[in-house]
Design a protein around this ligand. Sequence first.
Ligand SMILES: Cc1cc2nc3c(=O)[nH]c(=O)nc-3n(C[C@H](O)[C@H](O)[C@H](O)COP(=O)(O)O)c2cc1C
Length: 344
Amino acid sequence: MSLLLSPVEIGSLSLANRVVMSPMCMYEVVKEDGVATPFHFAHYGARAIGQTGLIIIEATGVEPDGRISSRDLGLWNQEQKVALERLVADLHSFGTKVGIQLNHAGRKAKDAVYPLAPSEIAYSDDYATPNQLTIEEIHRVQASFVAAAKRSVDAGIDMIQLHGAHGYLINQFLSPSTNQRTDKYGGTLENRYRFLQEIVEQVRKNYHGSLWVRLSLTDYAQAGEQNSLEDWQEIGRWLETEGVDCLDISTGGLLNRRPNIPMHDGYQVPFSIAMKQAVSIPVTALGLLDNPGLCEYILQNKQADIIMQGRALIRNVNWLADAAISLHDQDFQVYNDSYKRGQL
Ligand SMILES: Cc1cc2nc3c(=O)[nH]c(=O)nc-3n(C[C@H](O)[C@H](O)[C@H](O)COP(=O)(O)O)c2cc1C
């Protein structure tokens, strides 16, 4: 049996395999009310039938102005919670575990009426200059994360991921180029981490289930302009101490520039390896990991503990079944006998 398709425990979370569907915004909430639509049931349902070990529902706004776009999912009210509860129950019925990524987009909330950020620095000319968060607003946004976490639990979710990557609000606090505050939420690395630390601490007070954080380990900027890898490793250690179960390692998204690096298969894996050297909790690998043999190599060599699949799962809802054929894994179970006939 392959490691990729064999069960694993990540903290308190038991997964049937190590393939996790990466959170991916679908911008399908046409009514702009943050409520899951038939699209979400079909889209995530297909990947659940495909036996994805864990599905992380796309970046979900904790406040209306925290959405990346007004067509994002949201989780600030009861109607959104009720729809999520039905979605989670449906996905569970196919045997998958279900997580949700909670997000506030900060200065990258392009449809926000009143965009907020640690400092008044616009993402690009196409985005409004955000308003610098007051201390009261910081506490309100943190409380919105905690309230959304509570609604996720009430909806039956198995895992919560805080989106600390890709240049959204938590990332904007963590990074020196977007956080130029002079109060206790800015300045030193410890101060820039405080916004996230307080959210984790408050979520953990009432939630003992699986808690993951996604981080971007480089901004593809010059040294001095960004946190060093050692800074990110320090943040990883702090999050481990705070009781986070898994670190989901990504890169980029903070600055309005494209990484000037070759984009080959597994190009972000060195960042997962670096984080694994710093912490003892599980770490993910992601980014152009379509090749099952490469995924197996990463796991066998302990470069990461979990493989995130994004675009490969958009293209192919049965990516795991194809991976089983490619890895000659006879033990992988497809959804039912009819699906088994597709394996021949
Ligand atoms: C359509 C699309 C939407 C995405 N939305 C999110 C998101 O909501 N949250 C997030 O953390 N990453 C998001 N990402 C990034 C993916 O989660 C993933 O990390 C990235 O695509 C690299 O993995 P891949 O090569 O397997 O696709 C998105 C990517 C795509 C293609």
